[in-house]
Structures are given as structure tokens and as C-alpha cells.
Write a protein that binds this ligand. Structure first.
Ligand code: FEO
Length: 175
């Protein structure tokens, strides 16, 4: 069933936010590349690709329901600096912003009784818990390591283990 124009606008805003998140992560990857942490850069590039998958999920949902997906203005991402801690703190702050936006969508859909978006939004609620948890865990590791170069080098090697992502919406979890 087609969603209301009001809900369509909110979903389109989320498409823009997800593409914006991709740009945020891409910039953060650049900062890590700049500071010679190729593993962290690769991890963040993977995340940038995942955000495109998220945007595609919303686009596909709107299109499937006969609504019109449209991408809004994406503002330039800001650089938080080039230390690993600053970069991953910026990532967490952005994830928290996205989580708040998803909760807003859930509330708006529920207020309208829009049941058809429920499975998609439930997927995103779980996804946000996971993304915040993953980034928080990395921040905890960085704080534990402090300024120890060997520790940071080791963490960078571990972050490099993340496999290459796809930007396609394959239907399931992009992890
Ligand atoms: Fe699409 Fe990282 O939230």
C-alpha cells in the first residue's frame, strides 16, 4: 500500500541521511589514511559502502510501495581530526544521530498505522543497536590502548580484517 505524502517525505529524508552517513564515513576513512592507519581506513570505507546499502533499502521500499524516492541535499562532512579516537568518536556521534532519526520514523509510521514499513524499520532498529555497539567497542579498545603505538598498530591490523562490502541491497543484513 502506498504511504502517505507526509511519511514519504520522512523516508526520503532518511535516504538523504543514509547517503550523508556514507560521505561522513568516507571522510573519516580519509583521515585514517592520512594518519597511516590503513586498516581503520578500510574498516571505515566498508562502513561507507554499508550506508549506501541502507539508503538503497529505503529507496527500494518506497519504490515497491508506489511512492517516489528522492535524494535531498547532502551537506559536506566535517573532519574531526586524524587521531583514531577522534575519528571513531565522530562515527559514534553520527550513528547516534541516525538511531534517533530511525526512532522518529518508527514513531511517525506507528502514529499513522503504517504497518507495511514495520519489518523494514524493525530491521533498522536492530541494525542501529549493532552499529552503535560495534563502534563503542572499538572506542573502548582505543581508550584502553591509549598512546601505545604497538597497541594501535595491532588494532589497525585487526580492523583490516573486515571483508569488502557490497553497495547492493541484497535483502538481508549487509554484515
Ligand atoms: Fe545507516 Fe550506520 O546507519
Amino acid at each position: 500500500m502506498k504511504m502517505s505524502p507526509e511519511l514519504e517525505k520522512l523516508f526520503n529524508d532518511q535516504i538523504t541521511l543514509e547517503f550523508g552517513a556514507s560521505m561522513v564515513y568516507r571522510q573519516l576513512a580519509i583521515e585514517m589514511e592520512d594518519n597511516d592507519f590503513p586498516g581503520a581506513a578500510q574498516w571505515l570505507r566498508h562502513q561507507a559502502d554499508e550506508e549506501i546499502v541502507h539508503a538503497n533499502k529505503f529507496i527500494d521500499h518506497l519504490a515497491d510501495r508506489g511512492n517516489h524516492p528522492s535524494i535531498g541535499t547532502i551537506s559536506a562532512p566535517k573532519s574531526p581530526g586524524t587521531t583514531m579516537l577522534k575519528v571513531f568518536n565522530a562515527a559514534l556521534a553520527h550513528e547516534q544521530k541516525v538511531s534517533a532519526a530511525i526512532r522518529g520514523l518508527v514513531n511517525a509510521a506507528e502514529a499513522e498505522g503504517d504497518l507495511d514499513s514495520r519489518p523494514l524499520l524493525n530491521w533498522f532498529l536492530s541494525e542501529q543497536i549493532e552499529e552503535e555497539s560495534t563502534v563503542s567497542e572499538i572506542i573502548g579498545r582505543i581508550q584502553l590502548i591509549g598512546d601505545d603505538g604497538v597497541g594501535l598498530y595491532q588494532l589497525d591490523l585487526e580492523l583490516a580484517q573486515r571483508p569488502v562490502a557490497t553497495t547492493e541491497n541484497t535483502g538481508g543484513s549487509p554484515h
